[in-house]
Design a protein around this ligand. Structure first.
Ligand SMILES: [Zn+2]
Ligand SMILES: [Zn+2]
Length: 245
């Protein structure tokens, strides 16, 4: 299994950057996880055709996770109308807010599915499951497992029990750290670097990769705050870099 970081800023991109988007791959299976602004152009630098996608999973319906889905729907919908794309690509997303969920669809571009707490999706030998996080809109953490290996993506969340449950013993935890402790009072809806580190430590993850960086922060500062609370394998996600799980 491997994951390529298409964008790692939030909730708006740093100069030259992109917001949340990740390409998960296992053998020939390709899953796009989140589709924030700036990620669709980068995705096409990696895959030959959008038809190569087997599934699209949107963790939650905030703009920094769906902005490019608004144009991905055109790309796939119009190419379907032209007969260039014939494949049915399932898209999974939380059903709320309903107007945002409905907007994801265009000319039957996707096979639309709702994410819910106990949903388990088997896909080409992979098992994909979800846990509801705590965020202003319904947000689902995602785990993908195969042959004893486990990848977990926190989605956007504040500190909550569910992320510990989902992250337990993960080989790679891709965890948001959208805030620093010093700004905790301003931002109550994201994890701090310290909290992400604590989750990694208590959940005994083998590797912790931080992501969803506020453009105003220096990456060194984020890394430093996390390192003080986690002495294992800890890295910051880098855009357009691929990580083996
Ligand atoms: Zn976000
Ligand atoms: Zn969010």
């Amino acid at each position: 299994m491997r994951i390529t970081v298409l964008g790692n800023s939030g909730p708006y991109p740093r100069a030259g950057g992109a917001c949340s988007g990740y390409l998960f791959e296992n053998e020939n299976t390709k899953i796009l996880i989140d589709c924030g602004n700036g990620t669709l152009g980068r995705l096409q630098q990696i895959i030959k055709s959008l038809e190569d996608l087997d599934m699209i999973i949107i963790s939650h319906l905030h703009s920094d996770h769906i902005a490019d889905a608004m144009v991905l729907r055109y790309a796939i919908g119009i190419n379907k109308t032209k007969g260039i794309i014939t494949k049915v690509i399932p898209l999974y997303a939380p059903a709320e807010p309903k107007e945002d969920f409905d907007k994801l669809q265009f000319q039957n571009a996707f096979l639309m599915n709702e994410i819910y707490e106990d949903l388990i999706i088997p896909l080409n030998g992979l098992t994909i499951h979800f846990k509801r996080m705590e965020h202003p809109v319904p947000s689902y953490g995602i785990a993908i497992e195969k042959d004893g290996k486990k990848f977990v993506y926190s989605a956007d969340t504040k500190y909550c029990d569910q992320i510990f449950q989902l992250a337990q013993d993960a080989d790679l935890l891709l965890c948001e750290s959208g805030v620093l402790e010093r700004d905790r009072i301003i931002d109550m809806v994201h994890l701090s670097a310290k909290e992400a580190a604590e989750i990694g430590k208590i959940s005994k993850v083998k590797r912790l990769m931080l992501t969803h960086f506020w453009p105003g922060y220096s990456l060194d500062e984020i890394l430093q705050e996390a390192k003080e609370n986690f002495d294992g394998d800890l890295i910051l996600s880098e855009e357009m870099k691929t990580y083996e799980i």
